[in-house]
Design a protein around this ligand. Sequence first.
Ligand SMILES: Cc1cc2nc3c(=O)[nH]c(=O)nc-3n(C[C@H](O)[C@H](O)[C@H](O)COP(=O)(O)OP(=O)(O)OC[C@H]3O[C@@H](n4cnc5c(N)ncnc54)[C@H](O)[C@@H]3O)c2cc1C
Length: 466
Amino acid sequence: MGSGPNGLVAAIELARAGRRVLLLEAAERFGGGLRSAELTLPGRVHDLGATVMAMALASPAMRGLGLEGRGPGQVEFVHPGVAAAHPLDDRPAVLVHRDAGRTREGLGADGAVWDATAGAAARAGFPLVDLLVKPLGPWRPDPRAFAAAARFGVAAALPATTFARRALRTVEGRAVFAGMAAHSVLDLRSPITTGYGLLLASLAHLVGWPLVKGGSQVLADALVARLRELGGEAVTGHRVRRLDELTGLGAETIVLDVTPRRFLEMAELPARYRRRLERYRYGPGVFKLDWALDGPVPWRDPAVAAAGTVHLGGTLEEIALSEAEVAAGRHSPRPYVLLTQPYAADPTRGGHTLWAYCHVPNGSPVDMTGAIEAQIERYAPGFRDRVLARHAMGPADLEAWNPNLVGGDIGGGLAGLRQFVNRPVWSPAPWRTPLPGVFLCSASTPPGGAVHGMGGWQAARLATRG
Ligand SMILES: Cc1cc2nc3c(=O)[nH]c(=O)nc-3n(C[C@H](O)[C@H](O)[C@H](O)COP(=O)(O)OP(=O)(O)OC[C@H]3O[C@@H](n4cnc5c(N)ncnc54)[C@H](O)[C@@H]3O)c2cc1C
């Protein structure tokens, strides 16, 4: 049930294992966080949710499907000239290239540390990623990967502010690292935020930060096509309200791409497990904007034009303050903004479209349009004159589109240290539930949010292992 990347991967793995599979999706289109739609003007393709596909390319679950390519049923991942840019007020933007050496050169005095952390993790390659996205195993005995993971883990455990202040010296190095770590939607003074920053930075070098040509929906549709090739059925417009509906269909195995909040609503659960799920916490929400523009964003530093992703928010101190405010339940007047300009990599989206969001307290009703656009204007004066149409989604709109986005939380639950290990409960196999044959696979299970399908892969593995 549920056709986000985790639900789709679970369905495909079950079909590959010879099961008869029926996939039920509540929405009118498949994909969950992989949906695209004409949100602003006819012909303009916007990604409603995920757009940067670094995790999809790196994930062992997705790599194993061989979807990347130009053949029928395959998906083209398109790379911008620059993976990510971080503009600053009074100096040139910092650029993160796919090439670690070029990035190192651009970072000056902080280049060596960047290379020894993010660069080294990228050089450790897929064996390291495989360990990181399977925090509970199963692991292949690979001593070099374990050694790389141990080295990664030492820095990764630190708060991003601590790592940035201790290891990095320049305004540029600290700012660009803060922009990476803030993807975690956590207070940057909390543990393991360095890990999120380093993982994302290393993926920029290992696989790049590509987009899906034509929009993320193309990836969702390719996954559905793969499921159907394997004999699976997939249906949209079917919201499951009670688990009994699925047991009533005679299902032997039920894999739910839902978050604990929704699972609690749909099933009678043993009291102890229910209490544990009730303790599961959701993180801040997001306020998202999509624009149709009549030309590219007029960045003050022209180098930013080549970037697929742009982190707006200025220095380490400013970004850390913005994220601390949100973690404390307040709105930042100068929010950290995560922006993508798909046209830098993909000319097939009907023109210049732009995608951005900032973090807000969970469930916030506040319209952040002005604050987000002010951050863009700060680095791109004249931006507002380029806007032909805009589309806004606050937490309530996001949750109405996809019930997994509780209060606008796009990661399936707070991703701090506590819920890194209790996701959604502490268990060596948290995908299993106390109900026989019923599994959870959403981003509320390890390894958490992003398009990697690993929750689905793990749930299917347990289901087929018996
Ligand atoms: C605005 C935004 C930006 C993001 N950016 C990125 C990014 O750039 N890169 C990245 O890697 N990740 C990104 N993410 C995160 C990523 O999209 C999610 O982590 C990922 O989609 C989670 O996958 P999932 O399968 O667990 O659930 P989802 O993708 O949330 O899918 C769950 C599906 O289950 C369906 N469903 C739920 N309840 C029922 C029911 N009762 N009956 C039937 N169907 C049901 C829903 O309709 C939905 O289709 C972003 C997310 C958002 C919202």
